[in-house]
Structures are given as C-alpha cells and as structure tokens.
Design a protein around this ligand. Structure first.
Ligand SMILES: Nc1ncnc2c1ncn2[C@@H]1O[C@H](COP(=O)(O)OP(=O)(O)OP(=O)(O)O)[C@@H](O)[C@H]1O
Length: 239
C-alpha cells in the first residue's frame, strides 16, 4: 500500500498565459490533516484543482494513491469541496443529500447521520437557497463526505464561519482523519495551522515550507505560523 495519499513532482500550471505553479514537488501522507496555507492568489485553488484532476497541467506528475489524478478509479475515492456551492439551491438539504447519496450508494440513515455531523439537523428540510452562506457550504461538505472518500480536498471550508462552527468543523475533519481519511484543507487564516498535522505554505506558486508547525517554527526561529510564513517570505525575497 502506498504510504502517501498524494505525490506531486515537477508540477507546472499555466493559467491565462501566466505560469501560476512553478515546478512544485510535495507529498501528503495518508491519514493526515494537511493545511495548505498562503495568501490569496498564491495558487492554493489551482493546486487543489490539479490534485482532483480538474486542471490542465503544463508539466509534471500528480499521483493520488499511486494513480494519475482525475482518472476513473479515483472518482469515488476523492471528495472535493470548492468555494462555490455545488448543490441544488431549489432542493432541501435532505433532498440534495439523498440525490448525491444515491450516486455513491449511501442509504437514508447515512444521509441523516451526515446531515447531523455537519450541524444541519435543524435545517434538514429547509430549501438550500434559504440557508446562510456558511450553512450552504456545509451542505456541499456533507455531499462530499457521503461516500466516505479516502481523500477529502477542501478549499477554504471555514471561510465566513463563526468561531464555534469553525471549531466544530475542525473537530469533524479530525474525526475523519482518525478513521483514515486524508484531508487537504486550504485556508488563508494562519491560526488554523495549529489544527493540522502538517503544513504546506504556498506563495506565488512556490512551496515555501513543507513540514509540521513545530519543524517550520523551529527552522525560522518563530513561535507561530504567521511569523514563520513572514520569515520564509522575507528569506525568499532576500535570496
Ligand atoms: N481562470 C483563470 N485565468 C487566468 N488566471 C487565473 C485563473 N484562475 C486563477 N488565475 C490566477 O492564478 C493564480 C492562482 O490563483 P488561485 O485561485 O489558485 O489562488 P488561491 O491561492 O487559491 O487564491 P484565493 O485564496 O484567493 O482563492 C492567481 O494569480 C490568479 O490570478
């Protein structure tokens, strides 16, 4: 069995005539919660799209569980939640999840359980268009976890959520990881680094750091992710 969920070598991506990912190489171990952190426009979404096979790549190799990203055997093994809601606005939460559940073989009990696990039990019969933004993004998350994917790729899932809900979601991610799911989660909120087993700092299409928070803060002589990121960014500019 492969020890890594994700193995990327020499990835280059061009978007709109501009290279936005420059020769990236990285690995993500199985069962870890890995935070992909960095400023807006740094390439987080593009990297995630490459991992789920939704991005044309100019060069390089992206392997997921030893298979080429985006190939059919990975379809049910990889769950992807983008920043845009990916569920039907005119259906209720339960109707949406029953529909997506039917595609992956999840039964009604699984649907009900998944709705509660993302904290939407009280909204189960509410039409999605009438939910708040944060609630809507949790419906998309619920749809992605219904089939128990081996890899969950989450693009800024906690954006716009209040601290209590953010905390609930991070606990949920940890719960999935404890069950063996690998989680790659992007954020531009540096304090979410403490929730992750490992971190990838991405800036201007390059990996600035890849390691545990402890390793990265030690390497930079700092005490938190934000200062470590700034130190690494300055180091990069000075080089
Ligand atoms: N469709 C597109 N056409 C051309 N350039 C694009 C396109 N989408 C993204 N880019 C550029 O690619 C770069 C990386 O964007 P990306 O969305 O991956 O960054 P990000 O780190 O996810 O940012 P954010 O946190 O704001 O979502 C940016 O410079 C962006 O302007």
């Amino acid at each position: 069995m492969e020890n890594n969920a994700i193995e990327i070598t020499g990835l280059r991506v061009v978007r709109g005539h501009k290279e936005v990912l420059h020769d990236l190489s990285l690995t993500v171990p199985r069962g870890a919660v890995v935070g992909l952190l960095g400023p807006s426009g740094g390439g987080k979404s593009t990297l995630m799209r490459s991992i789920v096979g939704a991005q044309i790549v100019a060069d390089g190799d992206v392997k997921i569980f030893g298979l080429d990203a985006g190939t059919p055997p990975l379809r049910h093994r990889v769950g992807y939640v983008t920043q845009a809601p990916s569920v039907y606005g005119d259906l209720t939460v339960r109707q949406n999840l029953s529909y997506f559940g039917a595609l992956v073989g999840a039964d009604a009990d699984n649907v009900t359980h998944t709705i509660s696990s993302v904290g939407l039990a009280d909204q189960a019969d509410q039409v999605v268009d009438t939910l708040s933004g944060g609630q809507r993004s949790r419906v998309s998350l619920a749809a992605a976890i219904l089939g128990h994917p081996d890899l969950l790729v989450l693009d800024e899932p906690t954006v716009g959520l209040d601290p209590a809900l953010r905390d609930d979601l991070w606990k949920l991610f940890r719960h999935f990881a404890d069950q063996g799911t690998t989680i790659l989660v992007s954020s531009h909120v540096m304090d979410e680094a403490t929730r992750c087993d490992r971190l990838l700092f991405l800036r201007e299409g390059r990996i600035l750091a890849d390691g545990t928070l402890e390793e990265i803060t030690q390497d930079t002589g700092t005490t938190d992710a934000e200062s470590a990121f700034l130190a690494l960014a300055r180091r990069g500019e000075a080089a």
